[in-house]
Structure formats: structure tokens, C-alpha cells
Write a protein that binds this ligand. Sequence first.
Ligand code: FES
Length: 158
Amino acid sequence: MILSAESLKQIDVELAKYPADQRRSAVMSALRIAQTEKGCLKPETIEYVAEYIGIAPVAAYEVATFYNMYDLKPVGKYKLTVCTNLPCALRGGVAAADYLKQRLGIGFGETTSDGKFTLVEGECMGACGDAPVMLLNNHKMCSFMTEEAIEAKLAELN
Ligand code: FES
């Protein structure tokens, strides 16, 4: 069994939210649960989730490879996703990303050698009013990421 009984129980809760013939609707939640347990979504995990839900593996791959909140390879302890879409870009999003690249010594899609930080380029997170924004570990939104705010956040994460 690739996933723990606890994860499967959580997936069952998600599956129960949909009609029996719409189990595929739970795929996003199921992948999130699997990623939380495994750290990333390797092919065998994606295929296991697909089989558990009862959908074709390709349907689960389509979801896992489309959204950048799913990690197909291991990431650092802290995954920093910086939005560079237009509203954020106009308010310093690209500069924030460049600052992080220089500060951490890595580019997008890379992880620091100590395994601490992974930097990811993100799409609009629906928080344009707080631009530039950065998402921490897929869940915590960090707003108004000026260089000072970035430094404060990095200090918090040390
Ligand atoms: S463009 Fe960055 S949150 Fe919308």
C-alpha cells in the first residue's frame, strides 16, 4: 500500500462529498492528501491515487502536471512560490522573484543545496490587491513582498 490508512481515510472523506459516479471530482483533494504524506507526487503515487479513485492514470496525471501546487519531485523544507503574473509584475513581483533568486542563489524550479528552500514561479493566486505575493508551502499567503518583507520572512523561516 503506497498511502497510509490515515491518508486513505481522508481521501474517503473527500470521495463521500460526490455522487458515486463522480468519484473523479475528488482527484485534486486526493492528490493533495497524497502529496502531504509523501512530500511529492512520484508516478507510482499518482497512479495509486488514480486506481484508488477509479479513474484512468492519465486523468490524474493531467491534474498533477497542470497545477503548480503539486510537486512532481522533492522540494525543500520551504517552497516559495512567487507570483509573476501581470498585476503582481506591475507591482514588483518580478523584482521580488529576482531578489529571491539572488538571495538564495537558485533559479525557478531549483532547491538550495541545504534542502531548505525551493523557488517556484507562480500564476495569479487571486490576491492581486496584495501584490506582490508569495505562497509559502502551498498554503500560507505572504502579501506585499518588498525586499524588506522578504528578508523578514526568510528570517522567520531560519
Ligand atoms: S497577479 Fe499575482 S496574485 Fe494575481
